[in-house]
Design a protein around this ligand. Structure first.
Ligand SMILES: Cc1cc2nc3c(=O)[nH]c(=O)nc-3n(C[C@H](O)[C@H](O)[C@H](O)COP(=O)(O)OP(=O)(O)OC[C@H]3O[C@@H](n4cnc5c(N)ncnc54)[C@H](O)[C@@H]3O)c2cc1C
Length: 397
C-alpha cells in the first residue's frame, strides 16, 4: 500500500490551502452564515473557485475539466473540509455527482451537465432522498416490497410526472436536484428506485425552508412535488428502477460517498489545530494549559483518532481503486460503514474536547469555534448514526 502523494496531488492541496487562506477568514464565514437562509451562497467565491479550476476538478477532461481521479478528489475534499468547512458540503456533493454521472449517466446527461459546470461558474446541485417516513431506511436498504420511499414518478410520453414529499433536502434552489424516487410502487426499493435530475424552476415543485442547529450555506428545505413534469432524458442512466443496482455495480460511483467522509476528517483536523493553538497560548495556573497533563492527553486523543480515521479512509479508497483497475468489483461496503462510525465517533470526540479546552469561549455566540462545534455535532446522524453503521457492519461480517 502506497499513500505517497504525487507532486500534482501535493500542488492541489497547497492550492486549496492558499486559495482559502487568501480569499476567506473566520469572519468571512461568520458573516455569511448570519444571513437569511436564501442569501448565504457565496457566489463571488464560487466564481473565483471556477477560475482556478476547483469547481471543475471532477469534470472529465473530454469536457475540458480537470478530470482528477477519486483518490485525488478525496484529498481535495479533505483539504476543503479543513480550509473551507462551510463550503465543503456544496463541492464534495457536486464532485461526487460528477463521479456518479461519469460512471452511470447517459452521454446526453454527461454532455448537458458537464458543459453547464464548465460554462456556469455558480452552477451547483442539490440532493433529495429523505422523506418524512424514510430516514435511515435507504441505508440498509429496508427492502420489504412497496415499503419505504413514497415519492413516485410515472412516465407520460416524453416526461416523468412526479408526486410526493421530500424533507431535509440541501440545495433547494440548486440548478439541478439529484432526486431519488420510486418508479414502481410495489417492488422492493432495491428494484424500484430511480434517480431523476430535476432542473431548477420545474413547475409543480414547492419548498418549505428549514433552519437547523447550524446555519448552512445551501438552503435546506422540504420539497413538495405536485404533478411536477421533468423531461424523460433526465432519468439518470436512462433506465427505470435501477437507482440502487446502478450505483452498487459501479465501485467508483459507490465509493464517491467517501468524499464526504474525507471532508469531515478535514474539519476535525481544523478543530484540532484551532484547539491546539488555543491550548498553547491560554495561560492558567501560571503556564499554557497544554502543559497541564489533562489537556495534553485530550489533544493526543484527538490527534490519534484523526490519524486512525484518515488511514482507514486512504486504505479503503486505495483498495477500491486497485480492485477497479484489476477488474474485480469490491463486493462489500463494510469499509464505508466502519469509517462512517469512526468519523461520527471522531466528531463527537473533537467537539467535546474542543468544548472542554475552550471552555466558556467554545459556547460564545459569534465565534468560529462555536460554529464549528455545532457543525460537527449536528452531523452525527449523517450516512447513519455510529451505532446504526456498526449494526450494518456486523451484518456483513
Ligand atoms: C442538516 C441536515 C442536512 C440534511 N441534508 C439532506 C439532504 O441534502 N438530502 C437528504 O435527502 N437528506 C438530508 N438530510 C436528512 C438526513 O440524511 C436524515 O436525517 C438521516 O437520513 C436520518 O433520518 P431521520 O432523521 O429520519 O432518522 P431515523 O431514520 O428516524 O432514525 C432515528 C433513530 O433510529 C435509528 N434507526 C433507524 N433505523 C434503524 C434500524 N434499521 N436499525 C437500528 N436503528 C435504526 C437511527 O440510528 C436513529 O438513531 C439532512 C439532515 C440534516 C439534519
Amino acid at each position: 500500500m502506497d499513500f505517497d502523494l504525487t507532486e500534482g496531488q501535493k500542488a492541489l492541496v497547497t492550492l486549496i490551502k492558499d486559495f482559502f487562506k487568501r480569499e476567506t477568514s473566520p469572519e468571512f464565514w461568520l458573516e455569511l452564515v448570519a444571513r437569511d437562509p436564501m442569501e448565504r451562497m457565496p457566489w463571488d467565491l464560487m466564481k473565483k473557485m471556477h477560475e482556478v479550476g476547483l469547481a471543475t476538478l471532477a469534470v472529465p477532461k473530454n469536457w475540458g475539466g480537470e478530470g482528477v481521479d477519486l483518490f485525488t478528489l478525496m484529498l481535495a475534499a479533505e483539504a476543503l473540509g479543513q480550509y473551507a468547512p462551510p463550503l465543503f458540503p456544496i463541492y464534495q456533493h457536486d464532485w461526487r455527482t460528477c463521479v456518479i454521472l461519469n460512471e452511470v449517466g447517459t452521454e446526453e446527461q454527461k454532455d448537458e451537465i458537464f458543459t453547464r459546470i464548465m460554462k456556469e461558474p455558480t452552477f451547483y446541485m442539490g440532493s433529495s432522498t429523505t422523506e418524512p417516513d424514510y430516514g435511515h431506511d435507504p441505508l440498509l436498504p429496508y427492502d420489504e416490497p412497496g415499503a419505504g420511499m413514497k415519492t413516485f414518478a410515472y412516465r407520460d410520453g416524453d416526461e416523468y410526472v412526479i408526486n410526493g414529499e421530500k424533507c431535509f433536502s440541501c440545495g433547494v434552489d440548486a440548478d439541478i436536484l439529484y432526486l431519488s424516487l420510486r418508479t414502481d410502487k410495489y417492488k422492493p426499493l432495491s428494484q424500484s428506485m430511480s434517480t431523476i435530475l430535476v432542473p431548477k424552476g420545474t413547475p409543480g415543485c414547492s419548498v418549505r425552508i428549514n433552519e437547523w442547529l447550524v446555519e448552512h450555506l445551501r438552503p435546506n428545505g422540504d420539497i413538495i412535488f405536485d404533478n411536477a413534469r421533468v423531461p424523460a432524458r433526465y432519468l439518470l442512466g436512462g433506465e427505470d428502477n435501477t437507482g440502487f443496482t446502478m450505483i452498487r455495480d459501479h465501485p467508483r460511483a459507490a465509493a464517491s460517498i467517501f468524499l464526504w467522509l474525507a471532508a469531515q476528517i478535514g474539519t476535525s483536523q481544523l478543530i484540532y489545530e484551532l484547539t491546539l493553538e488555543y491550548a498553547q497560548t491560554r495561560v492558567q495556573g501560571g503556564k499554557p494549559i497544554i502543559e497541564h497533563p489533562t489537556i495534553g492527553v485530550k489533544m493526543v486523543e484527538m490527534l490519534t483518532k484523526i490519524e486512525q480515521a484518515r488511514l482507514l479512509l486512504y486504505k479503503a479508497l486505495w483498495e477500491i481503486e486497485q480492485a477497479t483497475k484489476a477488474g474485480n468489483l469490491p463486493t462489500s461496503p463494510l469499509g464505508f460503514s466502519l469509517l462512517n462510525a469512526m468519523v461520527h465517533d471522531l466528531h463527537a470526540l473533537v467537539a467535546l474536547s474542543a468544548m472542554d479546552i475552550f471552555s466558556g469561549r467554545a459556547v460564545m455566540k459569534g465565534t468560529y469555534i462555536e460554529w464549528l462545534v455545532r457543525y460537527v455535532l449536528e452531523d452525527l446522524h449523517g450516512g447513519g448514526t455510529a451505532t446504526f453503521n456498526r449494526i450494518k457492519a456486523s451484518q456483513m461480517l
